[in-house]
Design a protein around this ligand. Sequence first.
Ligand code: NAP
Length: 278
Amino acid sequence: MGKVWFITGANSGIGAGTARAALKAGDRVVATARNLDKVRNALQDVTGDNLAFIKLDVTDEAGVKAAVEEAAKQFGRIDIAVNNAGYAVMGNFEELPTADIEQQFATNFWGVAYVMRAVLPVMRKQRSGHIFNISSVAGVVGFKHCGAYGAAKFALEGLSLAVANEIEQFGIKITVVEPGFFRTNLLDAQNVRWGKNTIEDYAAEGSTEAMWSPYHGTQQGDPAKLGEALARIAGMENAPQVFVAGSDALAAVTPAIEERLRETRAYEELTKSTDGSF
Ligand SMILES: NC(=O)c1ccc[n+]([C@@H]2O[C@H](COP(=O)([O-])OP(=O)(O)OC[C@H]3O[C@@H](n4cnc5c(N)ncnc54)[C@H](OP(=O)(O)O)[C@@H]3O)[C@@H](O)[C@H]2O)c1
């Protein structure tokens, strides 16, 4: 019998691509989404006994618990959880309403934390499991206009890497996924929340929307192929803790990490100067 996947935001983009790839690999999938009609529609051509649908808004902690319980009951176990649900709040940090930043964390960070807290007891009992947390290149590199989105993704990375060390003893792995630009609905006007120019000093640069919206529909990453890569990683004995997805992501992440290493080394003397001689 194939593995059991629990996927959030499975009605679109990377979530739907991952659901399809898992089914293609002969696994079973619990596809969750906040709108059941949407997810049933999105995956109607692969519907069968190996696919179950559960309604889930990841910002609802009690709802997350109930959905995980229902999934475990339905297929008897949860082998792989994919924390994919998310959206983007984009804009200059100073110009973003505080409520928008908090809402960004509610979905992109707390939604993931709730799912992890709900699936971990199931996986600990099984003494096996694999959690994929979909971060972003913006979770490694500080991009302009990504103060809110990137902060939530950086937080997600910190959570993932720390918890991975706590649960390794139970046979549970975590892989953080850092996609570049993928052709999904992330930058669709209905989903993205653009910051507005409200401070004169930022006005000369133009709007956030004007800078980022041209990427919509032209991204080079294929969510179906990312789904297939995740299915391959799920089958690995030694899965990576961090997976950079797409050559554009690689081109952004590699120099950022190299620059960090260079800077760390350049200030080695100053770093060591803070050691005490107690
Ligand atoms: N595409 C990229 O270039 C890219 C790059 C880096 C990282 N990512 C990350 O990849 C993940 C998937 O995004 P995508 O690119 O596939 O975009 P997408 O096509 O817009 O899909 C996002 C999914 O998340 C769901 N979602 C949003 N808020 C939710 C909530 N509160 N509860 C449950 N589901 C919720 C959406 O549901 P609705 O349809 O109901 O809104 C949708 O199913 C996100 O975490 C995103 O940050 C994407």
